[in-house]
Design a protein around this ligand. Structure first.
Ligand SMILES: *[C@@H]1O[C@H](CO)[C@@H](O)[C@H](O)[C@H]1NC(C)=O
Ligand SMILES: *[C@@H]1O[C@H](CO)[C@@H](O)[C@H](O)[C@H]1NC(C)=O
Ligand SMILES: *[C@@H]1O[C@H](CO)[C@@H](O)[C@H](O)[C@H]1NC(C)=O
Ligand SMILES: *[C@@H]1O[C@H](CO)[C@@H](O)[C@H](O)[C@H]1NC(C)=O
Ligand SMILES: *[C@@H]1O[C@H](CO)[C@@H](O)[C@H](O)[C@H]1NC(C)=O
Length: 381
C-alpha cells in the first residue's frame, strides 16, 4: 500500500515539476530527474526530426504496411515518464519487480522506468497488455538476473501443463516494452530424448519492444520472439534447440548467439505460415559460436523467413545451413538468406539448393532498423 501511494506521489511530483518548468520556462531543474528529462526531450526531438525526414524522402518503410506516422502515444509517454526503483535490500521503492509492476495503474499512458538494482530475482513476471511503456533498467556493470525453471510440462495453477507459452520466466504481452542491461534466464535443462522440455526465458508478444545489452540464457526454446516488431541490440542469446523462435518481425543487431546443443539442433525456428505475413528474423553484425552443431534455421511455418548479414559464423554451423523440418514443399516457400557473412560456418559450398545468397538489392530491406519500422518508435537508450 505504502509503495503504491509512493508511486502516485512520485507521479504527482513529476507532473507538478513539468508544469512548473513549462510556466517558468526555466531549464534549471533542481532534481535528479534533470538529466533524464533533458535526455528524453532531446531524443523525442530527434526522433520527430528523423521521422519527418524519412516521411519526406520515402513514402513507406520497406515491407511496412504503407503508413509511416509519428507515434504520438509514445511521444506522450516519453515526455511524462516516471521512475521507480527495485532493490532486494529494501533501500528502493520496492523489493521485488512484481511489486513494482503491481503498483502501476492499468492503461498507464506514461513510460515507467523500473530501475532494478543488481541481484538474482527468482520471480515469474507477466506484463499484461494493459501495462504498456514499461522499461526494465539494470546496471551495465552488474546486470540483474530474473530467473526461473518452468518447463512446458510443469503443472500450472489449474493442474494442466504450462506448455511452451507459459513456461517463460518473463512474459510480455504489453507494447512498447524496453529492457536495458538485464539478464533473463530459464535454468531448466533440455534432456535429450524427453519431451516437453521447452523452457522459455523470455516471451515477447507485444509490439515495438527493444532490448539493449540484455542476455538470455536457456536451453530449449530460450527466446520466444512471439509476435510484433522487435529490436535487439548488443544482446547475448544462448540455448540448444530452436533457441530463437516465433513469428516476430525482428531485427537483431550486434548480437552474440551461442549454441549449447548436445545433438544437432537449429538456432532459429521462425514461424511464418503465409507469404503475405510481414514476420521474419533479420540478424546483422552478429556472431554465432558454441559447442553443438546447428542449422541456422528450420522452417516452423511454410514461409519461414530468416536473414543473416555481416555475421561471423563459427564452424558449428552445418554446411547445409538450413532445414525444412522434413517437409519438402517448404523448400520453395521459405526465405532463408545470407549476405556478406564471414567465418568457417559461412562457407556456402555445402548449402541446401534453396538457400539464398542475397544481392545488395535483396539484402537492402533487411539490414537496417527500418526493417522493424524503427523510425516510428525506436528511441535509443
Ligand atoms: C529510489 O528512488 C527514490 C525516489 O523514487 C530515491 O529517493 C531513492 O534514492 C532511490 N533509491 C535508490 C537505492 O536508488
Ligand atoms: C526449480 O527450481 C526450484 C527452486 O530452486 C527447485 O525447488 C525445483 O526442484 C526446480 N525444478 C526443476 C524441475 O528443476
Ligand atoms: C551497453 O553496453 C556497452 C558496452 O558493451 C556500454 O558501453 C553501454 O553504456 C551500455 N548501454 C547502456 C544503455 O547501458
Ligand atoms: C494470409 O494471411 C492474410 C492476412 O492474415 C489473409 O488475409 C489471407 O487469407 C491468408 N492467405 C492464406 C493463403 O492463408
Ligand atoms: C568451402 O568448403 C569447400 C568444401 O568443403 C572447400 O573446398 C572450400 O575450400 C571452402 N572455401 C573456403 C573459402 O573456405
Amino acid at each position: 500500500m505504502a509503495s503504491k501511494s509512493l508511486f502516485y506521489l512520485n507521479t504527482l511530483f513529476i507532473l507538478l515539476l513539468s508544469i512548473f518548468c513549462l510556466k517558468s520556462s526555466s531549464s534549471s531543474l533542481l532534481d535528479t530527474e534533470t538529466d533524464y528529462t533533458r535526455w528524453v526531450s532531446w531524443n523525442v526531438h530527434n526522433h520527430q526530426k528523423r521521422a519527418m525526414l524519412r516521411a519526406k524522402s520515402t513514402n513507406q518503410a520497406p515491407g511496412a504496411d504503407g503508413k509511416l506516422v509519428l507515434d504520438d502515444k509514445l511521444r506522450q509517454a516519453e515526455m511524462n515518464s516516471v521512475r521507480v526503483n527495485v532493490s532486494q535490500d529494501g533501500t528502493g521503492d520496492f523489493k521485488t519487480i512484481g511489486e513494482a509492476i503491481n503498483s502501476i495503474p492499468p492503461y498507464n499512458t506514461r513510460r515507467v522506468i523500473i530501475a532494478i538494482k543488481p541481484g538474482v530475482y527468482r520471480e515469474k513476471i507477466f506484463i499484461p497488455r494493459t501495462l504498456p511503456f514499461l522499461t526494465f533498467l539494470g546496471d551495465w556493470s552488474e546486470p540483474p538476473t530474473i530467473t526461473g525453471n518452468d518447463t512446458a510440462s510443469v503443472s500450472g495453477n489449474d493442474g494442466k501443463p504450462l506448455r511452451t507459452y507459459q513456461s517463460a520466466t518473463v512474459a510480455v504481452d504489453a507494447n512498447y516494452f524496453v529492457a536495458i542491461n538485464m539478464k533473463f534466464e530459464n535454468t531448466a535443462p533440455h534432456v535429450i530424448g524427453t519431451r516437453q522440455g521447452q523452457a522459455v526465458a523470455l516471451r515477447i508478444s507485444g509490439t515495438k519492444a527493444a532490448f539493449y545489452n540484455c542476455s538470455f540464457y536457456g536451453d530449449q526454446d530460450t527466446l520466444y520472439d512471439h509476435k510484433g516488431l522487435h529490436y535487439f541490440n548488443n544482446c547475448f542469446i544462448q540455448g540448444s534447440v530452436d533457441f530463437i523462435f516465433g513469428s516476430g518481425r525482428s531485427f537483431y543487431e550486434n548480437c552474440h548467439l551461442n549454441s549449447i546443443a548436445k545433438k544437432v539442433a537449429s538456432l532459429t525456428a521462425q514461424k511464418r505460415s503465409n507469404s503475405s505475413l510481414a514476420s521474419g528474423f533479420s540478424f546483422k553484425d552478429s556472431t554465432i559460436t558454441g559447442s553443438g552443431l546447428i542449422y541456422l534455421g528450420r522452417a516452423w511455418g511454410d514461409y519461414s523467413r530468416v536473414v543473416f548479414s555481416y555475421t561471423y559464423m563459427d564452424k558449428i554451423v552445418l554446411p547445409q545451413g538450413w532445414n525444412d523440418w522434413g517437409d519438402q514443399r517448404r523448400d520453395s516457400r521459405v526465405y532463408y538468406g545470407e549476405y556478406k557473412c564471414t567465418g568457417p560456418g559461412s562457407n556456402l559450398t555445402g548449402r541446401v539448393t534453396w538457400a539464398r545468397v542475397l544481392t545488395d538489392e535483396e539484402a537492402g530491406p533487411f539490414i537496417g532498423t527500418y526493417y522493424v519500422e524503427g523510425d516510428t518508435w525506436l528511441i535509443s537508450p
